[in-house]
Design a protein around this ligand. Structure first.
Ligand SMILES: *Cc1c(COP(=O)(O)O)cnc(C)c1O
Length: 431
């Protein structure tokens, strides 16, 4: 099973969180993002519990909100006791708009503007994760002007490689994010940060990539980071107490994805950290983890209506849907794999191979190529699974398509959480 949110009802229709996908499509129209609240909350709790169980509760789960950022999502993760990470003034604004505790917010990003930094400092965000030396200078200046002390961590590239798509690999030296260890850059900036009067250097952060299934790269990164904290202590006399291990835990897009229960990661990382801390005689740090995709990915499904089926003899069959790269650019970006279901034929065998095409004026506007599915007909409701993360948040208005609505389902009951855009919305900023 791809996701525990998915089921089937007496009519033979696919369900998400107990709600009939065909009925949802009828009630809210398509394309439609559907989210299962029960699974989102369960994932939040499992991440939290894993830190309690294996790391004596000495840590915090920060939802990486770029995966799916909207008011209701911040309300849900906040109510589960998670913090969140934001990467722009816009994400920060959305979180604060629902009363998210600013102390539990981390501000990431490789090019925060001075305006964003000032906004973050004035709002009292818990940690700013500094990515480059210009930013350090800017924070020192703004914090001095505001007469406050900025709590920061430094983003470090631990030099760990992981097996994932090039576009979502971030821990190696050739990455736009953070400071490299190998060439001394990280130590240099850490020593500089320690001398800033209006900056409080609390620790270090790393994030090695996304959609990772192996535990080793996380353990390696954790140990490398702790060694760096130890080296920094030796050079500066300062013992920092916090270590942010980032996110990147893989989820199931297709049956062959072998997603591990998160606690397996935590168990191994905790063990590695405890051993290293003993070996180096360095106090066990407070940790942060930043799951994004793994909180919300499998909890989301996108529903479309099939509008045309075009068979090109001896070539392939295109199945045209009423959405596409504008609501889900992940296939166009990095050939992401997906499981395709025809929701109103869910119990039928997948005897058909089709290429799912969106309605944008781009040949590359595809959701999946040559994918197995139940035989589609015009009017059928197509479901694309595991679209909770990096779908709505990456959506665009290309071709002036209206962004779809999103609904949250809980035990079969649905509620609108994001309204469908209208034509008026499309022109509201045009002059
Ligand atoms: C994207 C990102 C995450 C979350 O990654 P997922 O793969 O969605 O878990 C966490 N931390 C940082 C710094 C990120 O950039």
């Amino acid at each position: 099973m791809i996701s525990e949110s998915i089921g089937v009802n007496a009519l033979g229709n696919m369900t998400v969180g107990g709600a009939d996908c065909v009925a949802l499509a009828k009630q809210y129209a398509t394309p439609l993002y559907v989210f299962d609240e029960a699974l989102i909350r369960k994932n939040c709790r499992e991440f939290k519990a894993s830190i309690d169980e294996y790391y004596s509760g000495n840590g915090m789960v920060m939802y990486a909100s770029k995966a799916f950022s909207c008011k209701e999502m911040y309300r849900i993760v906040g109510s589960e006791g998670l913090g969140c990470d934001v990467v722009s003034g816009g994400e920060l604004y959305t979180a604060l708009s629902v009363g998210f505790n600013p102390e539990n917010i981390m501000f990431h990003g490789n090019n925060k503007t001075p305006e964003e930094l000032e906004y973050a400092l004035k709002s009292g965000v818990g940690r700013i994760i500094v990515d480059n030396s210009t930013e350090l200078v800017n924070i020192e200046k703004i914090a001095t002007e505001l007469n406050l002390k900025a709590n920061i961590m430094l983003r470090i590239k631990p030099g760990v490689d992981c097996h994932t798509h090039d576009y979502i690999r971030t821990g190696q030296i050739d990455s736009k994010f953070g400071f490299a260890l190998e060439n001394g850059e990280a130590m240099e900036i850490a020593l500089k940060a320690a001398e800033c009067k209006s900056i409080n250097l609390l620790g270090f952060d790393c994030h090695i990539g996304s959609q990772i299934f192996e535990t080793e790269p996380f353990c390696d990164a954790a140990v490398i980071m702790l060694s760096f904290m130890n080296d920094f202590r030796a050079k500066s006399g300062i013992t920092v107490s916090e270590l942010d291990l980032g996110g990147g835990f893989g989820v199931k897009y297709v049956e062959t994805d072998g997603a591990l229960p998160f606690k397996v990661f935590m168990e191994k990382v905790s063990k590695a950290l405890k051993e290293a801390s003993e070996r180096l005689n360095f106090p066990i740090p407070k940790i942060y983890i930043e799951p994004g995709r793994s909180i919300v990915g499998e909890a989301g499904v996108t529903l479309y209506t099939v509008g045309a089926v075009k068979t090109i003899k001896d070539v392939r069959t295109y199945v045209a849907i009423d959405g596409g790269m504008a609501d889900n650019p992940r296939y166009a970006l990095y050939q992401a794999e997906y499981d395709i279901e025809i929701a109103n034929k869910y119990t039928e065998p997948k005897s058909f191979i089709g290429t799912v095409a969106g309605k944008c004026c781009e040949s590359g506007d595809l959701i999946q190529e040559n994918a197995p599915m139940q035989p589609p007909q015009v009017g059928d409701i197509m479901a694309v699974l595991t679209t909770g993360a990096y779908n709505y948040s990456m959506a665009s208005n290309y071709n002036r398509l209206c962004r779809p609505a999103a609904v949250m389902v809980n035990n079969g009951e649905s509620r609108l959480i994001i309204k469908r855009e209208t034509f008026e919305d499309l022109i509201k900023n045009d002059i």
